[in-house]
Design a protein around this ligand. Structure first.
Ligand code: NDP
Ligand code: GDP
Length: 327
């Protein structure tokens, strides 16, 4: 039975990846940072019905000693580094923490792997945010980067450290440059989930208004369940490499609103307002990925359309609010 260590196991991707790895017969060790709210921390794993199947261990990306200890004890075959301060907007409020966790934290994991289990296969959660001010209309592995936030700058450091450890030490280290991916388990602060939760609350009479920021930005949105499959596939390749994972379709926040509100028969224009304080200091206007390399080399392709995903998310948020209202 292969062993996988997943950092960021309590997040959206950590939950879906753990579900996939468990189904494939892996022993899954999930790195979890200590929290005073430990009763709610495993919520996503519980939602997928796998909380008891993942072995949770204490550790923090900023504490190299904790990573060394976990690697020494479990000697994983595969390490997926998903942990990060992952919210772009928050990275302007906490730029140094973002650098520490999202950037240096990844270097800590790489260093722990190099010292303790150098033959382990390593996955880094890189991000399309690294393209920022886009240099090509469709972004692929060869498109130059231009980060536009402290988050993106930290991710770029982690990305190049992954490349560097591969080239310097011959480690099987790969980066997935994932475009935005969402699900009912997406954090409520991200725009897709904020919209689907808002639609559910408005539909149920719990709210009338949904304040948003820039409606003109466009994103290439896929489903997290599809994207974690690409992470696993990358580590099954003979040769480590970097891959763009995207759907190849970009949609504005405005059009996202139209899709989500019309799913429950509402007119978005009667509810969505714009608020200046939700506009970011620097914006990533457009993201559109070219995942040809992943499709040809990994045999990966996205299965879920934006419409299917938004419908799943709105239904899940309706169900959550109905349960809360009934209790
Ligand atoms: P989430 O924000 O849902 O999860 C982040 C995880 O990191 C959580 O488990 C969080 O723990 C953990 N974490 C944060 N700080 C630390 C720390 N100091 N030590 C240990 N763990 C920590 O992110 P997603 O699941 O959406 O994304 C997974 C990864 O992929 C992230 O690195 C993200 O930046 C990257 N990514 C995501 C994309 C997306 O669209 N979802 C696109 C491209 C890249 P806690 O629960 O305690 O907060
Ligand atoms: P990101 O691409 O990782 O930053 O993912 P987000 O879901 O946080 O943001 C996607 C886009 O939606 C960005 O261009 C935001 O400026 C835009 N956006 C517009 N209104 C909002 C909002 O209220 N919340 C968030 N999170 N994003 C918003």
């Amino acid at each position: 039975m292969p062993t996988a260590l997943v950092t960021g196991v309590t997040g959206q991707d950590g939950a879906y990846l753990s579900q996939l790895l468990l189904a494939k017969g892996y022993r899954v060790i999930g790195l979890m940072r200590r929290s005073a709210s430990s009763d709610v921390i495993g919520e996503r794993l519980r939602w997928l019905g796998i909380l008891k199947d993942v072995e949770l261990v204490d550790g923090n990306l900023t504490d190299l000693s904790s990573l060394i200890r976990v690697l020494s004890v479990y000697k994983p075959d595969e390490v997926y580094n998903l942990a990060a301060q992952s919210f772009v907007a928050a990275s302007w409020q906490q730029p140094l923490l973002t650098g520490n966790v999202t950037g240096l934290g990844a270097a800590n994991v790489l260093e722990a792997v190099r010292l303790i289990k150098p033959d382990a296969r390593f996955y880094q959660a890189s991000s399309s945010e690294m393209y920022g001010l886009i240099q090509e209309p469709k972004q692929s592995e060869t498109t130059p980067f231009y980060p536009r936030s402290p988050y993106a700058a930290a991710k770029l450091y982690a990305h190049w450290m992954t490349v560097n450890y591969r080239e310097s030490f011959g480690m099987h280290a790969s980066s997935g440059i994932l475009f935005n991916h969402e699900s009912p388990l997406r954090g409520i602060e991200f725009v897709t989930r904020k919209v689907t939760d808002g639609v559910a609350r408005i539909k149920l009479g719990l709210a009338t208004e949904l304040p948003l920021g820039n409606l003109n930005a466009t994103r290439d949105w896929g489903h997290a369940r599809d994207y974690v499959q690409a992470m696993h596939l990358m580590l099954q390749q003979k040769v480590p490499d970097d891959y763009v994972i995207a759907t190849g379709r970009t949609t504005s926040i405005r059009d996202l609103c139209i899709i989500a509100f019309s799913h429950v028969g509402l007119n978005w224009e009667e509810h969505v307002t714009t608020r200046a304080d939700l506009i970011r200091p620097a914006e990533v206007d457009v993201l559109l990925g070219d995942s040809t390399k992943a499709q040809t080399t990994l045999g990966w392709k996205p299965e879920t359309t934006l419409e299917m995903m938004v419908a799943e998310m709105v239904e899940a948020d309706l169900a959550r609010h109905r349960t809360r209202m009934a209790s």
